[in-house]
Design a protein around this ligand. Sequence first.
Ligand code: NAD
Length: 277
Amino acid sequence: MSKVPSITLNNGVAMPQLGFGVWQVPDDEAERAVTTALEAGYRSIDTAAVYENETGTGRAVATSGLPREDLFITTKLWNSDQGYDSTLRAFDASLDRLGLDYADLYLIHWPMPAQDTAADTYRAFEKILADGRVKAIGVSNFLPEHLERLFDKTSVVPAVNQIELHPHLQQEASREFHARHGIATEAWSPLGQGKGLLEVPTVVAVAHKHDRTPAQVVLRWHLQLGNVVIPKSVTPSRIQENLDVFGFELDADDLAALKALNEDRRLGPDPATFNVA
Ligand code: NAD
């Protein structure tokens, strides 16, 4: 049994609050890393068509011997496949590579505002959902303005918006908007890609105080904010460490100190201007 708590999405589906991300992990390595993660106790895996590791991810799932209903598999539609018919085809291809007959969560990877095909794309998502081939649908990298536009043209409120979020980019406006609309906030690059963030003196000090690592403190911060997190690592000890974040609690002083680290600083592209297909 996994010790990771679940959150309930706006359509009643349960999603583990902590999962395992596989961006930038080559396909053969993804099989090993996902196998390690599943053995450690992760049950939610976050991949995407553009990561080119759905096949390795699917192989790890198949060989795990775990019941399908205990797993939560997310994949994402790449930008060049936006549009109604192309989305239906892309979803079939993703499921095929994963070796699954349904996905748990399907996300539009980027809003691509210049192209303005997100609503057509999302209508195909609604069909896939109605056909029972995915348990929940959502988006990624959507700003509130992109969500508003989607609300105007489609019927199903996205269950999730997966956005870049870490102590240097705390995304308060988006988190507040999501909460108001019943959309779960999922944090990508939750550890700030492991770069400078884990060496910031405030993070290190909180880690010392709790006898934990900086990565554990940052993940704990996300969980206490209510975010879903999907840290990535291919190192078995770190895969284990990133899951071991349920036996301690940050106090109000810790949370205030971490809140002060916000710099509204992105590591990735700005969704308002990113239109690369
Ligand atoms: P992350 O914040 O999870 O950082 C991962 C890096 O941090 C690792 O490569 C490693 O160098 C380091 N690290 C991991 N655990 C550590 C530990 N315990 N101690 C010290 N260093 C550690 O970054 P990420 O991979 O960019 O994001 C996580 C996941 O989010 C991705 O794998 C992917 O699934 C998803 N993602 C989605 C999008 C999107 O556009 N939707 C974009 C980027 C990432």
